[in-house]
Design a binder for this molecule. Structure first.
Ligand SMILES: *Cc1c(COP(=O)(O)O)cnc(C)c1O
Length: 379
């Protein structure tokens, strides 16, 4: 099956009892046993729920793994993945990850005795530098947030394997429609399904996929014990979102690529970060492991005041901390998604107040371009 067909025909098999095409919302907690000594397929909704299970099957198939797990948010998924580790373990994390992931790794994991190093994973040597006898895992995001830096998935997965590390990749920006990290040798894929998979800014959700039965057993335990499972209503919403992922992402990507090109020709804009642009560092690596550039663009205006005025004058994009939705969303990472980073780290990563991030939605190109133009003219 082609990717678009798979989005429609995986996991969600509808309802065998009635023929309903959409898997029903099993708004239910306890499943009665036929008798005391016979356990049914379902028992208690934290352990498993048919609506959640349909989504878990669907994301597993789409990512090319056998085991999927749905959580109450992307952060709940990321936290569960990290809590496989414990006191004395060391993990390596991409330097420019999602702000929430940074916060978790920086502030929470040390409380559990887990040591963390943040490295530039676009350079395998800097990963190698940090690998020690206690290192257990490597966590990456590619393209990274917000600078769209590209990590070579296959190269780092191979390197990690050599040292027996578990590799985890946050695939939120790409979705399995554009990039499937398990195929490159990554062990665990994580999503904030709140973003592209749901796609409508109306539901928080997190997903984890692996093809490794040992890791799956561990993740399943963590899902059940931490208890931050995705409810049946929200599972249904994400399953529905996934069915239209192809048309949304193809359209958003097409608009984003034209906007990135247009922005890079504007004198007011100094840098445009978009993997689809010819000069983008790591572009070849990106297109070796992904089927498209996606719909996230970051760019820099010449000073902080101009960037602030530009964002304020935009009419179409919502000013907000999210992404991957039908409406375009603009943000200033230094002030919003990445404000929890220590000042020094923000400076090192060049996450300054001139850097604007745009998640391109489903508005028409001409309206978006006209809006960006009028905002630039007044900034
Ligand atoms: C939003 C986001 C998260 C966190 O997901 P929530 O659903 O908000 O908890 C993690 N990683 C990336 C890349 C994100 O964009």
């Amino acid at each position: 099956m082609e990717k678009g067909t798979r989005l429609i025909h995986t996991g969600s098999e509808g309802d065998p009892h009635t023929g309903a095409v959409s898997t029903p919302i099993y708004q239910n907690v306890v499943f009665a046993r036929p008798d005391l000594y016979t356990a049914g397929q379902w028992e208690y909704s934290r352990l498993g729920n048919p609506t959640r299970n349909a989504l878990e099957k669907s994301i597993a198939t789409l990512e090319g793994g056998r085991y999927g797990f749905a959580f109450a948010s992307g952060m709940a998924a990321i936290a569960a993945a990290f809590l496989q580790f414990g006191s004395g373990d060391h993990v390596i994390v991409s330097r420019d990850v999602y702000g929430g992931t940074f916060g978790l790794a920086h502030r929470l994991l040390p409380r559990f005795g887990i040591q963390v190093d943040f490295v530039d994973t676009t350079d395998p040597d800097s990963i190698l530098d940090k690998i020690g006898t206690k290192t257990r895992a490597l966590f990456i995001e590619t393209p990274s947030n917000p600078l769209m830096k590209i990590t070579d998935l296959q190269a780092v997965a191979a390197l990690a394997k050599e040292y027996g590390l578990i590799t985890m990749a946050d695939n939120t920006f790409m979705t399995p429609y554009l990039q499937r990290p398990l195929e490159t040798g990554i062990d665990i894929v994580i999503h904030s399904a709140t973003k592209y998979l749901g796609g409508h800014s109306d539901c928080l959700a997190g997903l984890v996929v692996t093809d490794n039965p040992d890791l799956a057993r561990e993740l399943s335990l963590l899902q059940v014990m931490l208890g931050a499972v995705l409810g049946p209503q929200d599972s249904w919403i994400i399953s529905r979102g996934i069915k239209t992922l192809k048309v949304r992402i193809e359209q958003q990507q097409q608009t984003a690529s034209r906007l990135a090109q247009w922005l890079s020709d504007r004198p007011e804009i100094s840098d445009v970060y978009y993997p689809g642009l010819p000069g983008h560092v790591g572009r070849e690596v990106h297109f070796g492991q992904a089927d498209g550039a996606g719909a996230m663009i970051s760019f820099r205006l010449s000073d902080a005041e101009k960037a602030r005025r530009f964002i304020d004058r935009l009419r179409l994009p919502v000013i907000g901390s999210s992404l991957g939705a039908v409406e375009s969303i603009v943000s200033l990472p230094a002030l919003m998604s990445h404000s929890s980073l220590p000042e020094e780290m923000r400076r090192e990563l060049t996450l300054d107040h001139q850097l604007v991030r745009l998640s391109v939605g489903l508005e028409d190109y001409s309206d978006m371009q006209a809006d960006l133009e009028q905002a630039l003219a007044h900034s």
